[in-house]
Ligand binder design. Structure first.
Ligand code: NFS
Length: 648
């Protein structure tokens, strides 16, 4: 087998790919063999925005001297920048529309109209209410929540001014954004404006287009995503470290298996509640099962894993494989990252695929819509369908015997508490350990799987390289699940994989060297953690001063580009692997890879080799350490009275 043909580094995945092959069931892996990426599209050198084209403008040796233009005269820079901006808009729209659904449910919960939902974290409610300038003295939490929900909803449709959360960023950062006019006004407005400006014959200056892409991305990171994280925490509880189990081996042959897949944690939360209902349990036993086994997939998995310890069946490239076990009675899907191929795989087995969002149907799948008013009834109905389906298993069940213990749920609040203790929660110990050199820096490694690279491999190679070099890693999304499966999310991983400095800190605090911070919308937690480090002091006065870097080594989704762009615009050096969507234009690529650093003090890089990418991140971290004057390891000296007197 050639190097490219290694499909995964995960044994459970390999086992089921083989089963799919022998059963002749089509999966993303076999389809990827049948379809080669279009060489023009992969570089985004193709314009399809009007009906005079599509205009294909490939880079070709022969034409190197010739200026490439579409029939309307659009330059290759305009074509590539428009395509990039549209992807950012789609990514920001996805996170933000998820957020809108959360906010609308939150308002209903505050009014007592959302079945099964309540305000769980009142401390966070008050904190977030204060961010929104809401009066909290002597008020009923429900009243505060209602006002918060309504104010949060306004962030989407606001036309002027600045998004509320912009004020949470370091002051220096806010100044930079204002200087370049990229502070988002309203979440929806920034998405719409990209769609307008990229219509045929509107904005035709690539740098100007990319300014709007930045404003839209910031509306995601410091807007839509951050709002959804905060309001989910208030409704469902802010995550605290919890023990979980991950990989396809979490499915149970003798249980009714229900896999929740997608992104909005609303219905999944209620499925957790419903699965514990004695009536449901009794029904499951009646059909010969030992109970209900709820498992997650993709970011829905992250949400219920970190809040309830619900086992996680796997990440993006494992979704069809879960069904190939023949053990899944029902898979529910809401929005985002759900492959249409699931339907065909489900049909080979007894599995019922159920779409649950009014925004997403799959032809041929059952559709049972989630509405907050009747959410718990819907959850019970779905579990009953699963139970009734249990006796219909028609194939031998094949569940790979691989699963791994993990510790997950490191919210910003938890890190703060773990490091500083209950009464003096702070990032001080983290900052001190960075200053004294035990921890070299911080990296956010996030994002998807991509079938064009070996599943999970780049995540693990990069992250192991980073922690070996004493860089603590914050992770979300499918990257976090890759880490979980490989055993990196346990405190014991510190001794095994981390450099001596990082291992020492992890042991003292009792944390893993890689911290699971949640789903992809929770990348906003990384922004807040970075800001807390800045505010703690000693590491500069902006996110860009921190010895920190970001990466998405196996990205594939448009959401990843929105995330990357808001990280770059927040001052973070960000490396992507797999492929890069502006290679069609050297000038656009140079703008993103070099010129953005002059503006935002953060920039993009593309490096498909994860080891080399980790090196780039380490170099960047070292550059920042040098600028801070902490490149030589220093111990913090505690002064006794005699030393103080000598000083005076
Ligand atoms: Ni993020 Fe989560 Fe995974 Fe990628 Fe998809 S599940 S929101 S987009 S594939 S990390």
């Amino acid at each position: 087998m050639s190097e490219e043909k290694v499909r995964s580094v995960d044994k459970a995945t390999l086992e089921l790919i083989e089963k799919a092959q022998s059963d002749k069931i089509s999966t993303v892996f076999s389809r990827a063999d049948e379809i080669k990426p279009c060489p023009i599209g992969v570089e985004e050198s193709c314009c399809k925005i009007c009906a005079m084209g599509p205009c294909r403008l490939p880079r070709s040796k022969k034409e190197e001297q010739k200026e490439r233009r579409g029939v309307c005269g659009a330059t290759i820079e305009t074509v590539v920048a428009r395509n990039f901006a549209r992807k950012v808009a789609a990514g920001a729209a996805s996170h933000s529309d998820h957020s809108r659904e959360v906010v609308e449910t939150f308002i209903k919960a505050a009014k007592g109209e959302a079945q099964g939902f309540e305000i769980k974290d009142e401390v966070k409610l008050l904190e977030v209410a204060l961010d929104f300038g809401i009066e909290i003295e002597n008020r009923d939490p429900k009243e505060i929540a209602l006002e918060l929900g309504e104010k949060a909803l306004q962030e989407f449709g606001k036309q002027h001014g600045e998004l509320t959360y912009i004020k949470k960023a370091p002051l220096r950062r806010q100044e930079i954004w204002r200087k370049y006019g990229v502070v988002p006004r309203g979440i929806d407005r920034e998405v719409v404006e990209i769609m307008h400006r990229t219509h045929m014959g509107v904005d035709q200056d690539y740098k100007h287009l990319l300014l709007q892409a930045t404003r839209c991305a910031l509306a995601d990171g410091w807007g839509g995503s951050m709002i959804s994280t905060d309001l989910q925490d208030i409704m469902f509880g802010t995550p605290v470290p919890v023990l979980g189990n991950i990989n396809l081996g979490v499915l149970k042959e003798d249980h009714v298996n229900v896999v929740v897949h997608g992104h909005e944690p609303l219905l999944p939360e209620l499925l957790v509640v419903a699965s514990k209902d004695p009536e449901i349990k009794a029904m499951a036993e009646k059909v010969g099962a030992k109970g209900i086994n709820l498992a997650g997939m993709c970011c829905s998995a992250n949400e219920v894993l970190m809040r309830h310890g619900i086992p996680c069946a796997g990440n993006f490239l494992q979704q069809e494989l879960a069904l190939i076990t023949g053990a899944v009675e029902v898979m529910t899907v809401d929005v985002q990252c759900e492959m249409q191929g699931l339907k065909d795989v489900a049909e080979c087995f007894h599995t019922r695929l159920i779409t649950t969002s009014n925004r997403a149907k799959i032809e041929g799948a059952d559709h049972i819509e989630f509405h907050p008013e009747t959410g718990l009834d819907t959850a019970k109905r779905i579990l009953k369908i699963a139970i009734e389906n249990f006796p219909n298993r028609k194939h031998t069940v094949h569940i790979p015997a691989y699963s791994q213990d993990t510790v997950v749920g490191f919210s910003h609040e938890t890190i703060n508490y773990l490091l500083g203790g209950l009464f003096r929660a702070s990032y001080r110990p983290l900052n001190d350990n960075i200053i004294n050199g035990r921890i070299r820096g911080v990296a956010g490694v996030v994002g998807c799987n991509n079938v064009r690279t070996t599943h999970d491999s780049a995540h693990l190679t990069m992250i192991k390289e980073l922690i070996k070099n004493d860089v603590i890693v914050l992770t979300t999304g499918c990257a976090a699940m890759a880490c979980g499966k490989a055993g990196l999310l346990t405190p014991e991983a510190a001794a095994q994989y981390a450099g001596s400095g990082l291992a020492e800190v992890c042991e003292a605090v009792g944390i893993p060297p890689v911290l699971h911070m949640g789903a992809c919308v929770d990348n906003s937690r990384i922004l807040i953690a970075a800001t807390a480090m800045v505010k703690e002091g000693g590491l500069g006065d902006d996110i860009s001063d921190l010895p920190a870097a970001g990466a998405a080594p196996e990205w594939m989704s448009e959401k990843a580009l929105a995330i990357g762009q808001y990280f770059v615009a927040s001052g973070v050096f960000t490396v992507f692997g797999t492929t890069w969507p502006t290679l069609g234009s050297e000038r656009v690529t140079r703008h993103l890879f070099e010129e953005l650093e002059d503006m935002y003090k953060g920039k993009w890089a593309f490096e498909p080799d994860p080891e080399k990418a980790a090196k780039l991140m380490l170099e960047h971290i070292d550059k920042k350490r040098k600028a801070l004057g902490i490149d030589k390891a220093r111990e913090r000296v505690l002064f006794d009275m005699a030393m103080r007197r000598a000083l005076a």
